[in-house]
Design a protein around this ligand. Structure first.
Ligand SMILES: Cc1ncc(COP(=O)(O)O)c(C=O)c1O
Length: 424
């Protein structure tokens, strides 16, 4: 195997910016992975990192979970692509429906991006309306309708509206600040009859972590119902993480459509739209709203996803949340003695801290955080064997396999790294 320096050099020559997704380019030094096991990621420059990125969310069982590996191996033995319905695909759909929307329907696609793109097209086709409402700082993937005031890498790189998204398309996306119900109400008063859907991350996880304010999700439910628009919960991150029923269950607010991804593929490419039969059957082939895909329902992703959900059903999500609680304590223990201002938001196994601001309730607060100090801490931690996301706009995740050893190592590294990286 080539050495780290050589791989980086070749990556920079062969791939745009040395990566295939922009947030990866923000890691310092550039992360080149060689393998993963449990809570650890091993790098080509010989480091072992306690991994709190976890593939940006999917790996709630940690790396290379034996039951997922076994399910994938078994599937590979039988071939891996048929262009036909499979039993494993039906089983995963049934499992998802049981937790997320009993009696509903699923359409599997290949990424969270495809899931939200399909859900938005479906909402438009179903309602016969063109406008959508999204929230500043929420990220729903890399397609035109949602690359307006977007979070995640779009926010980290300062390009919330991407060049290449036509003005005519961007005008169809109305934007409100996250947690600001009054603005959504105004948008409905002005454009009510033209709004097909409101799409929201029920916990914003692409602007750091921002929980919904009390009454926010309920208010969106009330307004969408009043004006005949669909409410889309983008649960690509929160699905099977906040609870097996996702944010709908956790907050007790039901959406019309739910988009899923990440965890339900067990670390393989996946996305899904979930909704009531009456709406979903507007999709092809039963309806006329077009969706198709060579790789939709890919058997390997289905097998990995099903194995993952079965482990979560058996073992629960408690350990991921407990590990997150211990990590939260460790972050506070490292930062508090420094006397610097910071906010830390956590919902179960999703969390982020924001140096330089006292609280973060919306995207404007997150934008005021000291992103440079956060990045310095990312770097100082990476040199001490701990990987947190390179940008304050991402989420720190824990898995059900972050054990005492991994967390103890993290606590020690945090204490040293914070002293080095965060100066009062
Ligand atoms: C809430 C949310 N929706 C959609 C997406 C897009 O998913 P994917 O990267 O699989 O296309 C992401 C990705 O991070 C996400 O966090």
């Amino acid at each position: 195997m080539a050495g780290y320096g050589e791989i980086v050099e070749r990556a920079r020559r062969a791939l745009v910016g040395g990566v295939d997704s922009p947030v990866r380019a923000l890691t310092e030094p550039l992360l080149v992975a060689s393998r993963g096991r449990g809570p650890y990621l091993y790098t080509a420059d010989g480091r072992r990192l306690v991994d709190y990125v976890l593939g940006y969310g999917p790996l709630i069982l940690g790396h290379a979970h034996p039951e997922v590996a076994e399910a994938v191996r078994e599937q590979l033995e039988r071939g891996w692509l048929y262009g036909a319905t499979t039993e494993v695909e039906v089983e995963l759909a049934e499992e998802i429906l049981r937790h997320v929307m009993p009696g509903g329907r699923v359409r599997f696609v290949n990424s969270g991006t495809e899931a939200t793109m399909t859900a938005i097209r479906l909402a438009r086709g179903y309602t016969g309306r063109d406008l959508i409402v999204k929230f500043e700082g929420c990220y729903h993937g890399a397609h035109d309708a949602v690359l307006v005031a977007a979070g995640s890498a779009a926010a980290s790189l300062g390009i919330p509206r991407s060049p290449g998204v036509p003005e005519a398309v961007a005008r169809l996306t109305l934007v409100a600040p996250y947690n600001d119900l009054a603005t959504v109400e105004e948008l409905f008063e002005r454009h009510g009859g033209e709004i097909a859907a409101v799409i929201v991350e029920p916990v914003a996880g692409n602007n750091g972590v921002i929980p919904p304010a009390p009454g926010f999700l309920e208010g969106l439910r009330r307004l969408t119902r009043r004006y005949g628009a669909l409410l889309i919960f983008d649960e690509v991150i929160t699905g099977f993480r906040l609870s097996l029923g996702g944010a709908q269950d956790y907050y007790g607010v039901k959406a019309d459509l739910v988009t899923l991804g990440k965890i339900i593929g067990g670390g393989f490419p996946i996305g899904a739209v979930v909704g009531p039969a009456e709406v979903m059957e507007h999709l092809t082939p039963t309806g006329r709203v077009f969706n198709a895909g060579t790789f939709n329902g890919h058997p390997v992703a289905m097998a990995a996803g099903l194995a993952t959900l079965r482990v979560l059903e058996r073992e629960g999500l408690g350990r991921a949340s407990e590990a997150a609680g211990i990590l939260e304590e460790a972050i506070r223990e490292a930062l508090d003695p420094l006397g610097v201002e910071y906010a830390l938001n956590r919902v179960e196994s999703m969390q982020q801290f924001f140096p330089g601001v006292a609280e973060v309730r919306g995207p404007q607060d997150a934008a005021r955080a000291d992103a440079k100090a956060y990045h310095r801490l990312h770097k100082a931690l990476a040199s001490r064997g701990v990987l947190v996301p390179p940008s304050v706009h991402e989420t720190i995740f824990t898995s059900i396999v972050h054990d005492e050893e991994a967390l103890d190592h993290t606590r020690r590294a945090l204490r040293e790294a914070a002293r080095e990286a965060i100066k009062p």
